[in-house]
Design a protein around this ligand. Structure first.
Ligand code: ATP
Ligand code: ZN
Length: 298
């Protein structure tokens, strides 16, 4: 591999794969990648993408095979605790929290099992693929329970008699429901993170890392941002400014042939709902337009 190019680890196939590639695409990266290939070549940036199992991503960054990685907080924190148990400090740094891969690591009991809070865990067998996170959670609360470490299919462990309850990832809860389980407690809230090696990079790589981070920042900001344009009487401006969600100072432009009415243009960093537009109209606004923002750099 070319040492002068940044290497970024991304999940090969799974829940993080599409949103990760979408994010990179929005950052302007054009990847050429043969079917089933482990390495994607950045055609317009000195950046290559390594496609791997998500569980391998912290190691690849730790071992300096990759400079960056896109990974769920759940996997990263499990790894951090595993390393700590071996007396080692993790050699990866979290650079940014991203807006995808949301889920939570939760405790769930069989539908018919009684639950009266964490006390109900004492002496029970809990199946999980996250023994370190679960162990940490239990220790912090002074609860002794048996952790049954599995490599998958955690949700069927209670039915197979291998455990009394489970600790697993949940997003909508439909998998739990399908397995007659009920979520009772959150162990960790998770979403995707961008991680990097703490080691210094060669200047040209460092410069590209900086540019990539700026672009990611821009993409994240843009997702919820809207550009609003409207006309309003000057007297209504204080009310209108209050109603514009998450906007800084709007641009006020005089309207030809009218001394009383002006045009207001503003970037709103939050979603603009119909209710907001209705309130703006009531406050005296007209000719309302809401446009998507494509790119942003501040
Ligand atoms: P791999 O083959 O790469 O090891 P996997 O089976 O471990 O894949 P996925 O199920 O694709 O992984 O999940 C990858 C990550 O997506 C999870 O670690 C988590 O951070 C995130 N995620 C988001 N929603 C969910 C969910 N409902 N269930 C599981 N993981 C989720
Ligand atoms: Zn995995």
């Amino acid at each position: 591999m070319d040492e002068a190019r940044l290497k970024l680890a991304v999940q090969k196939s799974g829940r993080l794969s599409d949103p990760s590639l979408e994010l990179l695409g929005r950052c302007g990266l054009k990847l050429s990648r043969g079917k089933d290939q482990l390495l994607g070549f950045g055609e317009n940036m000195p950046l290559d993408v390594l496609f791997v199992r998500d569980d391998d991503i912290p190691d690849l960054v730790e071992e300096d095979v990759c400079d960056l990685g896109l990974i769920g907080r759940n996997v990263l924190e499990e790894k951090r605790l595993e390393l700590a148990a071996q007396g080692r400090a993790a050699r990866f740094e979290t650079v940014r929290t991203l807006d995808f891969g949301r889920c939570r690591l939760s405790l769930a009991v069989p539908q018919e099992s009684p639950w009266s809070g964490l006390e109900s865990l004492r002496g029970r067998r809990i199946a999980t693929t996250y023994p370190y996170l679960l162990g940490d959670f239990l220790r912090a609360r002074g609860i002794r329970a048996e952790i049954v470490t599995l490599s998958g299919a955690v949700e069927i462990a209670p039915r197979l008699g291998r455990a009394d309850l489970i600790c697993d990832l949940v997003s909508t809860g439909s998998t739990l429901a399908a397995n007659h389980l009920r979520e009772v407690e959150t162990v960790l809230e998770s979403q995707a993170l961008l991680i990097r090696t703490p080691l210094p990079l060669a200047p040209s790589k460092a410069e590209w890392m900086r540019r990539l981070l700026l672009r990611i920042e821009g993409v994240q900001q843009v997702r919820e941002s809207k550009y609003i344009m409207l006309h309003a009487p000057r007297s209504a401006l204080p009310d209108i400014r209050r109603l514009l969600p998450g906007s800084e100072s709007p641009t006020i432009i005089p309207l030809e042939g009218s001394s009383e009415r002006v045009a207001v243009h503003a970037v709103c960093r939050e979603n603009v709902f119909w209710e907001t537009l209705e309130s703006l109209k009531q406050a005296g606004a007209s000719a309302l337009l809401v446009l998507p923002v494509e790119k942003m750099l501040s």
